[in-house]
Design a binder for this molecule. Structure first.
Ligand SMILES: CC(C)(COP(=O)(O)OP(=O)(O)OC[C@H]1O[C@@H](n2cnc3c(N)ncnc32)[C@H](O)[C@@H]1OP(=O)(O)O)[C@@H](O)C(=O)NCCC(=O)NCCSC(=O)CCC(=O)O
Length: 566
């Protein structure tokens, strides 16, 4: 953006400033620390100027919003046209309680829904499975059959709201239930809108919730992609998630790199299946974490968009603009919340949410201040939602598109994050002999991702213990007494109520129809057909989550990771 003469002049002026103005003060007073770094330990300079971004090409590297490479945002008008979707993650107890919370959030101005499931549903187990005892409805809503979904969406028109489902190994079952519910409500399948997390690769990398091994898991994910392309064009069948990679302790760069690598692995798998990249890529979506280092986070989001657009074009031959736009949901960093002085979390969440907005997110969840203690109460979830509304309507952050674009510091950090992220992606590609898909599978098998994340996490913890990394209220400014917020408790009778409903459904349904539907699913597996249509039929017959997932487990077995063996 500057020619060599301009840069020369700036370099000279910088030297003069350093000698005459900066050094005397630095020598006299010093700096607060020997080293300044982001929460991911990325060292930052004291001051950035045009020489730090001398190779930045405005047209090629930044461009305009809504245009390739989308560094400045995926939409031409961004939040001036429409603010991001305010999508609070919610779910607990039975479908009735979560339905009530959904209505509460909609009544308070939330613009999208996001469903949290309990552990049995997440793991594809029924509430009456012995392994589910004590977990039913605890950390999210319990869903065993289509009946629960009917209650969960009672009074909510599926053609009027977009819904996100945080569900992974059992995602195909919940996806099938949502489709069945739309059929029941008379809403055409092509009008339902929403997102299924369904990102199995990151499960093997970070969150570690799986039922069957990586390869067949990936195959089923691709079935859902194919089904979504054919039947539900407004559904995002995968939300390729860096959130949990970051929560497991990765750096911002690792979060971006591993997530994009997972994304490219899904792209390659679908292409190997014979799908056209421009047919399915517009339905891919992403999900990132937003942590405390404001500028690093903004740089991460901007770098992510630039890399995605370039790689989709150059490696996979994407032509449609929508195939190259990295659209993402953001959640503020749960791991950064403290149980001590919980009200301080409101401030952390505000900074992290602002980073998401300044970074151009499409959808946002702001954590509630009491989440280090329990599931959010109505009061804390309202404050979290109001935080987004204040950013949107009071701060002015939504009024200028990519307001940090052109900041020497942010542009320089964007380039640095991009470069380091690409180095990781290339390394993963090499592990797979030129295939990112195979590289990711190999990396999982070798425990590569696990080790990389573990090292970063260990380093962070050491910095906290040394006091290099400050956590206000924990290793600095701690106090004895503290506010104890009122916390939400899931009523102990939840499990009984859920079990009663499940046995009622089992009594009322036609067992033969269930058997036949499960046999059809087995046939689809045996004949290597897409399993989604058979799952839709099975849920319509009120087959349970566990019955359907058991078919897959019987076919493919379970998975044991080989951490430490490589
Ligand atoms: C693509 C995203 C990211 C966002 O989708 P949304 O529908 O919300 O937003 P969107 O697509 O950007 O916008 C909706 C529609 O408005 C249009 N639109 C938006 N802004 C526009 C603008 N400025 N100009 C013109 N059009 C615009 C879009 O084109 C789109 O329409 P068209 O579609 O017609 O183009 C999706 O996948 C999503 O909502 N993800 C949410 C994931 C989530 O909630 N996960 C929770 C995980 S929670 C978790 O994992 C738990 C972690 C833990 O706590 O442990």
């Amino acid at each position: 953006m500057y020619d060599e003469d301009d840069l020369q002049e700036i370099r000279q002026a910088r030297e003069e400033w350093e000698d005459e103005t900066h050094s005397p003060v630095l020598e006299r007073f010093g700096e607060r620390k020997d080293r300044f770094a982001t929460v991911s330990n990325l060292e930052v300079d004291d001051l950035y100027d045009p020489t730090d971004v001398s190779d930045l090409d405005y047209g090629e590297d930044l461009g305009y919003p809504g245009e390739d490479p989308y560094t400045r945002g995926v939409y031409p008008t961004m939040y001036r046209g429409r603010t991001w979707t305010m999508r609070q993650f919610a779910g607990f107890g039975t479908a009735e309680e979560t339905n009530e919370r959904f209505h509460y959030l909609i009544d308070n101005g939330q613009t999208g829904l996001s469903t949290a499931f309990d552990m049995p549903s997440l793991m594809g187990k029924d509430s009456d499975d012995p392994l589910s005892d004590g977990e039913v409805g605890k950390e999210g809503v319990a869903v065993d059959t289509l009946r629960d979904m009917e209650i969960l969406f009672d009074g909510i028109d599926l053609d009027e709201v977009s819904t996100s489902f945080t569900i992974n190994p059992s995602a195909p079952v919940i996806f099938a239930m949502y489709v069945a519910l739309a059929d029941q409500q008379g809403v055409p399948r092509d009008e339902i809108r929403g997102t299924f997390q369904n990102d199995m690769l990151k499960e093997f990398i970070a969150q570690k919730e799986w039922v069957i091994p990586p390869e067949p898991s990936l195959d089923i994910v691709t079935d859902t992609v194919e089904f979504a392309v054919d039947e539900t064009p407004n559904i995002k069948p995968i939300s390729i998630s860096g959130y949990h990679i970051r929560e497991a302790g990765s750096t911002a760069v690792q979060e971006l790199a591993f997530t994009l690598a997972d994304g490219f692995a899904y792209v390659e798998d679908a292409m190997e299946r014979g799908l056209d990249v421009d047919e399915f890529a517009p339905q891919l979506s992403f999900f990132f974490n937003s942590h405390n280092s404001l500028f690093e986070e903004v740089a991460k989001f901007r770098a992510g968009r630039r890399i995605y657009s370039t790689v989709m074009d150059e490696w996979y031959g994407a032509e449609s603009e929508k195939s190259k736009q990295l659209k993402f949901h953001t959640q503020t960093a749960g791991q950064s919340l403290t149980a001590q002085q919980p009200l301080n979390n409101i401030v952390r969440v505000t900074i992290q949410a602002l980073a998401g907005v300044l970074g151009g997110t499409q959808s946002l969840h702001t954590n509630s201040f009491d989440e280090a203690l329990a599931l959010p109460s109505e009061q804390s979830v309202r404050v979290a939602l109001r935080t987004q509304q204040i950013i949107a309507e009071e701060s002015g952050a939504a009024d200028i598109i990519d307001p940090l674009g052109g900041s020497f510091a942010v542009e320089s950090l964007t380039e640095e994050v991009e470069e380091k992220t690409m180095a990781y992606i290339e390394e993963i590609k090499e592990m797979g002999d030129g295939s990112v898909r195979d590289g990711v599978l190999e990396g999982i098998d070798r425990g590569y991702f696990h080790r990389e994340i573990q090292e970063a996490s260990y380093e962070y913890q050491e910095r906290v213990e040394d006091g290099e990394e400050i956590v206000v209220g924990v290793n600095k400014y701690d106090i004895e007494e503290d506010t104890k917020p009122e916390i939400l408790k899931v009523d102990e009778e939840t499990q009984e109520r859920q079990l009663a409903r499940l046995s009622e459904v089992k009594e009322e349904r036609d067992d033969e129809a269930v058997e036949a539907a499960l046999d059809d699913l087995q046939t689809a597996i045996d004949e290597d057909e897409n399993v989604m249509p058979a799952i839709v039929d099975a849920v319509k017959a009120y087959a349970t989550m566990g019955e359907i997932m058991d078919v897959f487990e019987a076919e493919h077995g379970t998975y044991q990771e080989k951490i430490g063996l490589a």
